[in-house]
Design a protein around this ligand. Sequence first.
Ligand code: GDP
Length: 364
Amino acid sequence: GFKMGIVGLPNVGKSTLFNALTRTAAAQAANFPFCTIEPNVGEVAVPDLRLDRLAKIAQSRQVIPTRMTFVDIAGLVKGASKGEGLGNQFLANIREVDAIAHVLRCFEDDDVTHVEGRVDPVADADTIETELIIADMESLEKRLQNIVRKVRGGDKEAIQQERLMKQALAVLETGQPARVVKVDAEDAKAWRMLQLLTSKPVLYVCNVDESEAASGNAHSEAVAKMAAAQGNSHVVISAKIEEEISQLDPDEAEMFLSELGLEEAGLDRLIKAGYELLGLQTYFTVGPKEARAWTIRKGTLAPQAAGVIHGDFEKGFIRAETIAYDDYVSLNGEQGAKDAGKMRSEGKTYLVQDGDVMHFLFNT
Ligand code: GDP
């Protein structure tokens, strides 16, 4: 599954948000209890109205949403890269995630201490990024030394790694994150293997007060500007609202949201933004037993999409009977789609589309 790491300075609302996200009724509904893997790791059901619609048509007995994992990564403070709190556990946690949700304090509250004594989310973002840049530089310098011998020995992989590491270092030394480096397709895998903290895509999460969740405020606007200039995205969320919603049942939550002038819970917007950021999409498997959603990257071919369900599906892939979501709904299910000639038989080179309803045929 895909993992988002929640980072930010202390007291910005990370834990409040994490706890709310992983305890919300939506996360627990749909036969998919939130599961605590570790105290700081939680899985959330990805809300998708399409899945409910498909399940209704097929009268599926079970509805199983796809999941996204959130990791609450505490321990980032100014000076962290000099050993003040940035432990190995922290680094391991953050290296593992696919993307970073960077929570920024955009609320004023004299009762909640700010580590720098003032609310300035743009400066905070810079503080954290600087720590991550320094951490990346240090790990690269170490790793460059470690592969010197292999490079001298003519090891092709080491030579490629060294080239990429030097490219990253050159950028980091100018105070920019590694994600600004343009990487060729043939280097993409080796680049990912470097697991640089600042090469992960970032989503800024502006944590605003309840009364400003719909409108945002001057702080969140400053973040929006910064994010746009960097080519990153942002969402405006009130962790406090999410905390309250997490204690309501879905109907109550909807009423509460509309009173606040909000169409969607923060969780929904955060996950949507995360999908966008990671280039993810969903396909479905639908039958009387269950309707289920699966997450893949955009650009995934049918066999690899099947592999998300089970490795054998990919290995023995023959073909995929495929119905587009809109056809499935408008023709009232599989039989209707079949009768209308809208069930396609797709082979190994089929590029799976968002919302496809798929049935895989495979050799065992
Ligand atoms: P963390 O250190 O980043 O995990 O921050 P916490 O989630 O523990 O929050 C720190 C404090 O700020 C707690 O007392 C929260 O209740 C409070 N807090 C979080 N979000 C908001 C908010 O949007 N408005 C206000 N006024 N307080 C908040």
